[in-house]
Design a protein around this ligand. Structure first.
Ligand code: HEM
Ligand SMILES: *[C@@H]1O[C@H](CO)[C@@H](O)[C@H](O)[C@H]1NC(C)=O
Length: 325
């Protein structure tokens, strides 16, 4: 009777403990050390190889982390392609300009060859971003693994999570705050706009019919040459690089540029002038080391947003499709 009583309590305690352990705390360093010891090395080698062939793949891995993780969870839902019964998150207007998805399959195939059905696509999203950041001259970040893959796409709610290029800073901050990312970390994450490009569609409303009064005049003249018409043909690839000086380096040039009102997006400009964010922008512009520290901290927060772990979700065989069962 007494033993029975205890076992009930023990069971309840265990249940409680495992409940508190769900999510974040179940990610761990070197999660694949037993099941696939070479996983992280294989992913890194693939990221390096792809970077050497197509440098902008590394840029894509950074943007993928944002677009996957902020929408509910870092669960590779972003990678699901449109097939019968599934609408891809990639079809959202917020995903405009995203590229290189096909090379995720290259990474996944290399990992599958070593350890079939063991390493999640979600961890590939996270680790490829981590390794891509190093290729782009950013900090080395220690990252936990053990994320599992979603069985569904969240295409219908993407816009509830990912802000638009012209949203207010208060909206941007509240979106990040709602997944546990503070103001300083949010400012640091926007530093990813130190690499890559912006298509004219996302800038023309700042150029036509009148130039946005907040924009630096020389920059406006330059951007009007890059984007000569107010209605860019979506089929013609017209864009500007984010950072004209070091376009492939994650450095604090972004903050220097936005303080000079050379930001490309409305959110970039507003980040520099909003009284809540501008003190951090000024500090990051002055100190690349500090920017990298905050960027590392913020990337970890983003990459650990609400992971699905344990026996939730699945390990996809092909990152584009939910497993057939
Ligand atoms: C308020 C938040 C954000 C907004 C509104 C935003 C919006 C955008 C837009 C409109 C583009 C240009 C797409 C195009 O025209 O091709 C872009 C590019 C990019 N964004 Fe963001 N972004 C935000 C935050 C972030 C964060 C947090 C990261 C990563 C940590 C990120 C990484 C990137 C990268 C790497 C690119 C360049 C992509 C490429 O060249 O292929 N962004 N973003
Ligand atoms: C933001 O830009 C989109 C086009 O990308 C436009 O439809 C929308 O009206 C703009 N919103 C604001 C608040 O200016």
């Amino acid at each position: 009777m007494a033993a029975n009583h205890c076992s009930n309590i023990c069971f309840l305690l265990l249940l409680l403990l495992s409940h508190f352990n769900l999510g974040k705390s179940q990610l761990q360093l070197n999660y694949y050390s037993q099941s696939c010891p070479k996983a992280e090395e294989i992913i890194k080698q693939q990221v390096i190889k792809l970077y050497n062939e197509h440098g902008n793949t590394a840029v894509s891995w950074v943007r993928n982390l944002f677009h996957d993780c902020i929408v509910k969870s870092c669960d590779a839902s972003l990678l699901l392609t449109t097939v019968r019964g599934v609408v891809s998150e990639q079809t959202s207007g917020r995903s405009f300009g995203m590229r290189n998805f096909k090379f995720v399959n290259t990474i996944k195939a290399a990992v599958e060859e070593e350890c079939p059905l063991t390493v999640s696509c979600a961890d590939i999203v996270a680790l490829s971003a981590r390794d891509g950041i190093v290729m782009l001259g950013g900090p080395s970040i220690e990252m936990k693994t053990g994320r599992r893959d979603s069985k569904e796409s969240y295409a219908t709610v993407v816009e509830d999570f990912i802000p638009n290029h012209n949203d207010s800073i208060s909206l941007v901050l509240s979106r990040f705050q709602s997944i546990g990312i503070d103001v300083e970390a949010t400012v640091a994450l926007l530093g990813a706009h130190s690499v890559g490009r912006v298509h004219c569609t996302n800038m023309v409303q700042r150029l036509y019919p009148d130039v946005d009064k907040t924009m630096d005049l020389a920059q406006a003249e330059y951007l009007k040459r890059r984007c000569p018409t107010p209605n860019p043909d979506p089929k013609v690839v017209q864009y500007s690089r984010n950072d004209q000086i070091t376009p492939m380096i994650i450095d604090n040039n972004y903050y220097k540029n936005i303080l000079q009102h050379k930001g490309l997006l409305t959110v970039d400009e507003e980040l520099a002038t909003d009284p809540i964010t501008s003190p951090y922008v000024i500090k990051m512009a002055a100190d690349n080391e500090y920017f990298h520290q905050q960027f590392s901290r913020a990337i970890i927060l983003l990459s650990e947003n609400n992971p699905i772990t344990g026996d939730q979700g699945e390990i996809r065989k092909d990152c584009r499709y939910v497993n057939a069962n």
